[in-house]
Design a binder for this molecule. Structure first.
Ligand SMILES: *[C@@H]1O[C@H](CO)[C@@H](O)[C@H](O)[C@H]1NC(C)=O
Ligand SMILES: *[C@@H]1O[C@H](CO)[C@@H](O)[C@H](O)[C@H]1NC(C)=O
Ligand SMILES: *[C@@H]1O[C@H](CO)[C@@H](O)[C@H](O)[C@H]1NC(C)=O
Ligand SMILES: *[C@@H]1O[C@H](CO)[C@@H](O)[C@H](O)[C@H]1NC(C)=O
Ligand SMILES: *[C@@H]1O[C@H](CO)[C@@H](O)[C@H](O)[C@H]1NC(C)=O
Ligand SMILES: *[C@@H]1O[C@H](CO)[C@@H](O)[C@H](O)[C@H]1NC(C)=O
Ligand SMILES: *[C@@H]1O[C@H](CO)[C@@H](O)[C@H](O)[C@H]1NC(C)=O
Ligand SMILES: *[C@@H]1O[C@H](CO)[C@@H](O)[C@H](O)[C@H]1NC(C)=O
Ligand SMILES: *[C@@H]1O[C@H](CO)[C@@H](O)[C@H](O)[C@H]1NC(C)=O
Ligand SMILES: *[C@@H]1O[C@H](CO)[C@@H](O)[C@H](O)[C@H]1NC(C)=O
Ligand SMILES: *[C@@H]1O[C@H](CO)[C@@H](O)[C@H](O)[C@H]1NC(C)=O
Ligand SMILES: [Zn+2]
Length: 509
């Protein structure tokens, strides 16, 4: 935001005046002698550096050097011994709905059609969730990410049901200290909060929101379904987004029978794609060749959400063919895992299977492996930064933002590793995430979240909120999915086979 650089200069000056070097935000940290997953700009590939130290000053990585080489440390630098540890850039999640934490486990066997009418932004959530419910759901959703080493999140924030619920999610994003692209959602609501109201609030927040409290949360725009809106409305929203110079624009793209055709082709027809603002399309089910060409020619990205696309059956994605313009995302964390390493692992193995199948379909035996662990690692880190046009995010190089994850390489599932990228991508779990730093500040330290003294209180408030919400949802009948599917014409509901793993007459559940 425009105001920020002025504010940060003032902050720097005020810190100088206060002269509190040991406690001031931004005192230096040295991760000493770990194995660093860096990036080689010349060859555009992962560069593993052994016995290497990483020096953080303020919000930046200022040096990466061999452990044997003495670095000059300013007084008060904290040294974190990192022998046996694997030091990774923070992971980047390019698609989330952070407010939904209170639904956790309720949708374990839901479907996408059921989701639309039971858990989405268009349901009773818009009247049942208070600003506090949004706040606690949002912040707990972010804490789950931080705990897993996910330091950057693009939040498709469709909790914008009123000025107050919008502000609550924004407040929580800022309070978390994570790097959040908080994307104010424009949507066609039935609760009386009109598009005009939303536009006014968006412009108000852009100018007067609590941005100066944060160096890590920025304002983005989420918008769908663009394809169902009148062109004049779309043009108005797009113009406002450009005027406010949002940090990113995002939309769900579910083509084919789903009818949310927020495609690159459509976005381009509104002049959204070929500007300096990054645009991220989530899912890309039924992505066309023309869409892919446009992503490449305008350098915009697809957010692949592997577990979401399997859980809900978005279907028919050709995402494996556009991985050079793709990053990874989580989507609805109340239904499954949130850590990007798990998403990358699911994606890696499913891409392998897919390309193996093509060889076996010819009755041949695959000679080689189609996708490496390094490729999955780059999708989970650097590609996310590039999707947001932030080359200083998702890489562990000098000058990049100090978003850092330290894995304990001595845990039983890690011990003995030779290739640290393979150790992280294929063997690690969230329990191995020992330290997490965002923008130079610890958010997890020695396996514990360090998110403020009020964490226990936040947990309690979230539980109170979640229990209230869960009781309401459990008492709400499931939607009746009969006849026509409403978002596309001539599309009916159909029945998927249900599996029964128990012999005999069990119910299948
Ligand atoms: C890395 O290369 C890109 C171009 O590919 C360039 O824009 C960027 O400045 C380089 N970064 C560093 C740290 O050299
Ligand atoms: C790193 O340091 C350890 C202990 O000092 C040493 O045993 C090991 O050989 C070093 N590894 C590399 C790759 O230099
Ligand atoms: C680094 O500093 C230590 C202690 O200050 C000293 O013993 C060692 O020789 C120095 N190493 C190099 C490479 O300068
Ligand atoms: C799974 O689906 C069945 C059938 O709709 C339902 O009875 C059951 O409660 C669901 N389980 C969960 C955990 O949602
Ligand atoms: C959000 O923060 C502002 C202060 O910046 C405060 O006035 C407001 O009450 C907060 N709202 C919620 C719902 O947290
Ligand atoms: C922003 O900072 C001001 C002043 O410290 C504080 O009053 C306000 O509550 C903060 N707002 C948020 C959303 O953190
Ligand atoms: C929402 O915020 C906008 C922008 O400040 C304002 O014009 C509008 O009156 C607010 N709506 C309500 C219901 O407070
Ligand atoms: C908004 O939703 C209402 C009913 O839910 C529908 O009648 C109307 O056509 C929708 N408008 C747009 C622009 O999609
Ligand atoms: C828009 O914001 C970006 C940073 O997000 C900045 O680099 C760029 O200069 C801004 N453009 C305008 C026209 O203000
Ligand atoms: C994007 O704009 C540039 C000029 O700014 C132009 O050269 C290029 O052809 C445009 N690409 C598309 C796909 O419109
Ligand atoms: C982590 O938290 C637990 C439980 O609150 C506490 O017992 C333990 O001392 C903490 N560990 C560190 C290193 O702070
Ligand atoms: Zn989504």
């Amino acid at each position: 935001m425009r105001t920020f650089s002025l504010f940060s200069s003032l902050l720097a000056i005020s810190q100088l005046l206060l002269l509190l070097p040991s406690t001031a935000r931004g005192s230096d940290t040295l991760f000493r002698g770990g194995t660093v997953l860096s990036f080689d700009n010349a060859t555009e590939s992962v560069k593993v550096l052994y016995n290497t130290s990483v020096l953080v000053s303020g919000s930046q990585i200022v040096s990466i050097s061999p452990q044997s080489q003495n670095v000059t440390l300013s007084p008060g630098t904290e040294v974190i011994p990192s022998e046996g540890k694997i030091i990774s850039p923070g992971f980047v999640d390019t698609h989330r709905h952070l407010w939904q934490s209170a639904f956790r486990t309720l949708g374990s066997n839901t479907s996408l059609a059921e989701y639309f009418f039971r858990y989405s932004e268009f349901t009773q959530a818009g009247t049942v969730f208070t600003p506090d419910d949004v706040y606690y759901g949002q912040i707990i959703g972010i804490y789950e990410s931080l705990n897993a080493g996910v330091t950057s999140i693009l939040d498709h924030a469709h909790h914008t049901w009123s000025n107050a619920t919008a502000l609550a999610g924004l407040n929580a994003s800022i309070a978390s200290g994570a790097r959040v692209w908080w994307c104010y959602a424009f949507h066609n609501l039935t609760n009386g909060y009109t598009r005009e109201d939303q536009l006014a609030d968006f412009e108000y927040l852009s100018q007067y929101g609590p941005w100066r409290n944060s160096s890590t949360t920025t304002l983005g725009l989420a918008y769908d379904p663009i394809s169902l809106d009148p062109p004049s409305l779309v043009q108005t929203v797009v113009n406002v987004a450009k005027q406010q110079n949002v940090s990113v624009i995002t939309a769900h793209y579910l083509g084919g029978p789903w009818g949310f055709v927020n495609s690159p082709v459509l976005a381009n027809s509104y002049g959204i794609l070929n500007t300096s603002i990054p645009v991220v399309f989530s899912h890309g089910s039924y992505l066309t060749v023309q869409d892919a060409e446009l992503l490449r020619s305008t350098n915009q990205y697809l957010s692949i959400t592997p577990e979401s696309e399997m859980h809900y059956g978005h279907g028919d994605a050709d995402s494996q063919l556009i991985q050079d313009q793709a990053a990874l995302g989580v989507d609805t964390h109340f239904t499954y895992s949130t850590d990007i390493v798990t998403q990358a692992r699911i994606w890696l193995q499913s891409v392998r299977l897919l390309f193996y199948n093509q060889v076996r379909a010819n009755w041949q035996i695959p000679r080689n492996n189609p996708m490496s662990a390094n490729q999955a690692f780059l999708l989970a880190t650097r590609a996310g930064g590039l999707a947001l046009r932030r080359p200083d995010v998702g890489v562990l190089v000098e000058g990049a933002k100090a978003d850092i994850v330290v894995f304990d390489g001595t845990a039983p599932n890690m011990l003995g590793w030779v290739d640290p990228v393979a150790a992280v991508m294929l063997h690690s779990n969230v329990g191995n995430v020992q330290h997490v730093m965002v923008d130079g500040e610890f958010k997890k330290r020695d396996f514990n979240l360090t998110v403020g003294d009020d964490y226990a209180e936040v947990q309690q408030q979230f539980l109170n909120s979640a229990r209230r919400i869960q009781a309401i949802w459990e008492a709400t009948p499931l939607p009746d999915l009969e006849g026509d599917y409403p978002y596309s014409s001539g599309i009916l509901y159909g029945e998927a086979v249900t599996v029964d793993v128990v012999r005999g007459n069990s119910t299948g559940y």
